[in-house]
Design a protein around this ligand. Sequence first.
Ligand SMILES: NC(=O)c1ccc[n+]([C@@H]2O[C@H](COP(=O)([O-])OP(=O)(O)OC[C@H]3O[C@@H](n4cnc5c(N)ncnc54)[C@H](O)[C@@H]3O)[C@@H](O)[C@H]2O)c1
Length: 350
Amino acid sequence: MAAPLKVGVIGVRGIARTHFPGWKESPHTEMVAFADINADVLKAQGEAQGVTRLYESPEELIAAPDIDIIDICTPNAYHAPLSIAALKAGKHVICEKPLAPTPADILQMIEARNASGKLLMTAQHFRFDGAAKALKAEIDGGALGDVYHARSWMLRRSGAPTSAGFVTKQHAGGGPCIDIGVHILDLTLWMMGNPKPVTVTGITQDKLSKLPGAFSNWGGPIPDFWDVEEFAAAFVRFANGATLVLEVSWLLNHPKTHGEDMQMWLYGDKGGAHWPDNVLLTTNNATKQHLDTQLQNKEGGEPHAKECMAFAEAIVSGASSPVPPEQSLDVITILEGLYRSGATGREVVL
Ligand SMILES: NC(=O)c1ccc[n+]([C@@H]2O[C@H](COP(=O)([O-])OP(=O)(O)OC[C@H]3O[C@@H](n4cnc5c(N)ncnc54)[C@H](O)[C@@H]3O)[C@@H](O)[C@H]2O)c1
């Protein structure tokens, strides 16, 4: 067996911890180095994970010749520069969502990927959820026929992060659209077969976060430096005639005080489906009967770990990126169009 691919992780505080088990479990990888600009976080995670090569400069880790995979888990604003530097240094790159906050950034990342011949993957872990994979297999097998409409939302009643990395345009690039909208939008487009988006009408709101005493169960008081939306809604048209209604929020007087309401409905000419309940809804016109079928989840496992393992597997087997940046470009193009539409009050052609 070939020597394991050496993994270096950049930004090792929050979500990175869900990647570590995947790199440890994969038969193809060895997690050998960490980088973080916060020396305390770096030291603590190095000790906790038994990783001894620790870099306060991500550029130094990227320059290390023996590293094969760079895993980027920093705030959004650093995804593009770090990914591009790593691709130029000849590394494969997996990068947390959003791949980058703007379509222009992602286009540059794709250019660097093309020049490097390496793989670039967005860490959209919901694609590796067992229920989502079971539903996707049904859809790909034709269970819904032609999917002509979808409704999806990711709504939290009081679930706003409050750090600058999430609630400032400078570090995050946007609010819940960019943070959680990318999850449900990526999953929905993937289920629909990634049709090409052509127009979007959208709005954003920042009403509850501006109220005196506004707070989040996830992060405490809404900070003064918050300059992003708290809610967004959109109507998207695709080149194949399909449509999508999307709603996202961190702060909304909507059921589920803790946690979130994340759902997707898909409607095709042969059937409908709901995720995460994984129910297929069909109609038999001959017998005049409606039928609801519960899908079985065939696969367990923690999806963040599974996405890392899938990336390593793709590299070793010479397959393409499990979540290609071109698909993330469509996600961010829709969200950037949503922002533009909200600002102008008009439908935007993408
Ligand atoms: N897939 C998911 O479910 C999910 C969940 C949470 C966060 N995320 C994404 O993960 C990313 C990080 O979020 P988080 O919650 O882990 O944040 P975090 O603040 O907990 O951790 C980020 C770490 O990156 C470090 N860092 C910041 N800039 C850096 C730089 N230029 N170079 C090296 N290190 C740097 C920080 O010191 C910090 O330790 C974001 O892009 C976010 O959208 C994804």
